[in-house]
Write a protein that binds this ligand. Structure first.
Ligand SMILES: Cc1cc2nc3c(=O)[nH]c(=O)nc-3n(C[C@H](O)[C@H](O)[C@H](O)COP(=O)(O)O)c2cc1C
Length: 376
């Protein structure tokens, strides 16, 4: 945080919650960058519902359990992680801090947490890997119309030591983020979609609207289907394929039948289809359909350890956070990401202790129940 004023350092040091870090990031970021990170699609109902849904549950805590040494280490697809709170793929980290994805990868590795690098990173996947060679990492893939290019991305990820491929399936076209349209969102000069340089059209910046929306419309394959997913699973082998962006039980079943090894409940942080269900509700549907057959992860609106504990109680193996990491990065670069991860970890440990859970892998379904306040 070399460019920080004493006041900014003091504000960062005083942060107690993820929301506090968002405020510090907001003060440090340009309006265009803050809006890009914060916004959801259309009227932002799903963005709000994601977070609200966790709070419609209650944690029916148990008492007189020995919680003197809580264990929160776990595994995801066999990869050891120090906690079940992991880093979701998000685009354009250089917009949040000059350290970009390298800073995020280093902070995640130091915390023993998994980092999922985005196809739309401002740092190449090879440079992300080199920044934190020992850190657990997966690569998030967008399927391009150019299937050979898509396969090349997978090969590059294999060569750079990524342990799984995560294919995002909720983005056949880009949701409309109104703030980005109003701001005519585009990457500032000098920042690029580093993994895609060879495919970029000469000028993405002409005309009004969002650069990203036009990029996705021209490059992403909106004709990608379950049949293609089975082929992609073969391309990714021996790496496991994780399918991200599902909310329905029948889709989760189709994903496993097509060769996916794990399912990631997500609606892209409320940035794609507005009025899509909250991910807490999607998680319940998907656990009912495939629980016990494969690992299930979830993201969306998780801003505290109690939210994470509810998700684990509902059947998630682990949770991912998107914006919280961006707020940490935007507030104080690598230190900010470290801070956000340790804060969430401390909150989860405290919530587990107060709930009578000694081991994160023993959190059971009966711990969480829908509140009668919301569902009398
Ligand atoms: C600014 C931003 C950029 C994102 N970029 C990607 C991306 O490149 N690939 C992807 O699969 N998901 C992307 N996502 C979705 C996240 O992986 C994740 O699903 C979402 O952020 C979780 O919700 P949360 O931000 O409330 O934690 C992005 C989300 C945000 C907020």
């Amino acid at each position: 945080m070399s460019d920080a004023t004493p006041a900014a350092l003091a504000a960062f040091a005083a942060c107690v919650t993820v929301d506090d870090l968002e405020e510090v990031a907001r003060a440090r970021l340009s309006k265009v960058a803050y809006d890009y990170f914060r916004s959801g699609s259309d009227e932002e109902h799903t963005l709000r519902r994601n977070r609200d849904a966790w709070t419609t549950y209650e944690i029916w805590y148990r008492t007189l359990v020995d919680v003197s040494s809580p264990r929160i280490a776990t595994t995801v697809l066999g990869t050891d992680v120090s906690s079940p709170i992991l880093v979701a793929p998000t685009a354009y980290h250089a917009l949040a801090d000059a350290g970009g994805e390298r800073a995020t990868a280093r902070a995640a590795a130091e915390s023993g947490t998994l980092y999922v690098a985005s196809t739309l990173a401002t740092t190449t996947l090879e440079d992300v890997a080199a920044a934190a060679p020992a850190g657990p990492r997966w690569f998030q893939l967008y399927v391009h119309k150019d299937r050979e290019f898509t396969a090349r991305l997978v090969e590059r990820a294999k060569a750079a030591g990524y342990a799984a491929i995560v294919v995002t399936c909720d983005t056949p076209v880009l949701g409309r983020r109104c703030a980005d349209v109003r701001n005519a969102f585009a990457l500032p000069a000098g920042m690029v979609m580093a993994n895609l340089v060879e495919t970029l059209p000469p000028d993405l910046r002409d005309g009004a609207g969002s650069e990203l929306a036009r990029f996705v419309a021209s490059r992403h394959d909106a004709a990608f289907t379950w049949k293609d997913l089975a082929e992609l699973a073969d391309t990714c082998a021996p790496l496991p394929l994780v399918v991200k962006g599902l909310v329905r039980g029948d889709d989760a079943r189709a994903a496993l039948d097509s060769g996916a090894r794990a399912v990631w409940v997500s609606n892209h942080g409320g940035r794609q289809l507005d009025l899509a269900p909250a991910t807490a509700d999607g998680l319940v549907d998907i656990v009912a359909a495939i629980g016990g057959r494969a690992e299930i992860y979830v993201d969306g609106g998780i801003r505290s350890g109690t939210h994470a504990l509810v998700a684990l109680g509902l059947g998630a193996r682990a949770v991912f956070v998107g914006r919280p990491v961006l707020w940490g990065l935007g507030a104080a670069g690598q230190d900010g990401v470290t801070r956000v991860l340790s804060l969430l970890r401390e909150e989860l440990v405290r919530a587990m202790q107060l709930a009578g859970c000694a081991d994160v892998n023993a959190v059971d379904r009966d711990l969480v129940r829908r509140s009668r306040l919301f569902h009398p």
